[in-house]
Design a protein around this ligand. Structure first.
Ligand SMILES: [Ca+2]
Ligand SMILES: [Ca+2]
Ligand SMILES: [Ca+2]
Ligand SMILES: [Ca+2]
Length: 249
């Protein structure tokens, strides 16, 4: 009887590893496998020993251990990258954390997103740029907002509306800004971000309306944007307008 049960169980495990169903699309659920219900289906890149090929299949979550034991690849943290080299999708350099993939470094988040051993290694275009502003207070000059030091900053000495302008010296593609907040007290703020190529027209490309607090880093990402000049205009704040750091990538 024990033998019968064991062979039944083995048979079940083997058949579970073959496939449950084939899906034409492989939805990224954006949830780690740990957070999904046991009844849910999960996309697995299945290795066929018979043909020596990989193909994507959908299996139920309770069949997953058998597939992992078989050497199939799966996306444990739900970021679209798989836990080991496979023939279906790119490999995840850390499949336990959806903020870490081989895809790209995200600036200013303090995480080595692309697993190359360097944290936030992107080149900050604002280092070596020049900065000007509507005013400055007690030596807190605009240059201190682009010196790479989060302990120093620009302070206008006035409530809104005030702005700071960064001149990169030449036009560059812009993929992200990381703005380190300096304000007292904390509270609701509104900032407008303009990118200019000529210093004459200042189209607003972004706005930030949120409750912010001192030393918070606001990360903004952009596609298909380029600029020589970046202007951050604060139009509402309970504080004098100030920034510890504005990094440009
Ligand atoms: Ca993953
Ligand atoms: Ca990072
Ligand atoms: Ca990195
Ligand atoms: Ca600074």
């Amino acid at each position: 009887m024990k033998h019968l049960l064991l062979s039944l169980l083995l048979g079940l495990m083997f058949s579970a590893c073959v496939e449950d169903s084939i899906s034409p699309t492989y939805p990224n659920t954006n949830a780690s496998i740990d957070q999904r219900s046991p009844q849910s289906k999960v996309a697995v890149c299945h290795f066929s020993e018979e043909y020596g090929t990989w193909h994507m299949i959908m299996v139920s979550l309770n069949a997953l251990p058998a597939h992992l034991a078989h050497g199939d690849a799966v996306d444990m943290d739900g970021d679209g990258y798989y836990n080991l080299e496979n023939g279906c999708a790119e490999t995840d350099c850390d499949d336990s954390d959806p903020d870490i993939t081989t895809y790209a470094e995200i600036p200013c988040d303090g995480i080595d997103n692309d697993c190359d051993g360097y944290i936030d290694e992107n080149t900050n275009l604002a280092l070596g740029a020049t900065a000007s502003a509507t005013s400055d207070w007690a030596g807190h000059i605009p240059a201190f907002a682009i010196d790479g030091d989060p302990a120093t900053g620009w302070n206008s000495g006035y409530h809104p509306i005030q702005y700071i302008t960064i001149d990169l010296g030449a036009e560059h593609p812009i993929s992200a800004l990381c703005l380190t907040v300096d304000q007292s007290p904390d509270g609701y703020t509104k900032h407008l971000i303009s990118f200019s190529t000529d210093g004459i027209d200042w189209p607003i490309v972004d706005n930030i309306y949120s409750v912010t607090s001192a030393h918070q880093v606001l990360t903004r990402t952009y596609t298909d944007e380029s600029a020589r000049y970046i202007r951050v205009t604060t139009i509402d704040s309970p504080s004098w307008v100030a920034w510890y750091e504005i990094a440009v990538y």
